[in-house]
Ligand binder design. Sequence first.
Ligand code: FE2
Length: 214
Amino acid sequence: MSAKIHKDVILKEEIKQLLDWFWTPDNFVWDSPFAYSKTVAGITLQPEMAVRIKNDYWPEKLILDIVKRINLNPTSYDEITFLHIKNKNYFGLHTDTGKGDQETLDKNILIPLYFEEKASTVIFKNRYLKGKTGNTFTKEMAESCEFYDPNVQIDEHIIQEHLSHINQDLLKGLTIDMIYEWKIGDVLTFDRQQVHTPGTNNCDKTTLSLFTNK
Ligand SMILES: [Fe+2]
């Protein structure tokens, strides 16, 4: 299993509906120096936040309908989050592997909602079989991944275009599965164990991310 693009799954009016809700101030908003976000469901929701948003509206029907359109039927979500990054190259290599339970981890679903000019996400073939790495993916973590090969080297042009914000030593030994160039209307899915990173970017962008369990 690997990264897959589901083309033209979402209508422009639906994207607008999601963005309108995202930018409307309400109890879901979490505003920090590096991001403006709304987490609507999942285990990452802080208890106090869960209480705050308990009876508030979020576009649940539309979001869950989009998941059905790509033929996924998750048993649960570890996270459903709208995210607008302020510190553009804040995220590096990481996995969204929750607690690392290989029996239940399923898909990472990325829905581009807005971007200026161009944006990309780079997904690697390499799979990390422990809990989520956060933003501190180390060389030891890279070496412990499936398909790590110290002899492989990513093409220099690709690094310049998409991975110039990543420590070059961390990239050695990893193999790219897909460079996804964002397109509004698409949905990208990949396995939650797959190492990935936003491509190098100096523009504004907004996503909806869902981490599913089977
Ligand atoms: Fe991620």
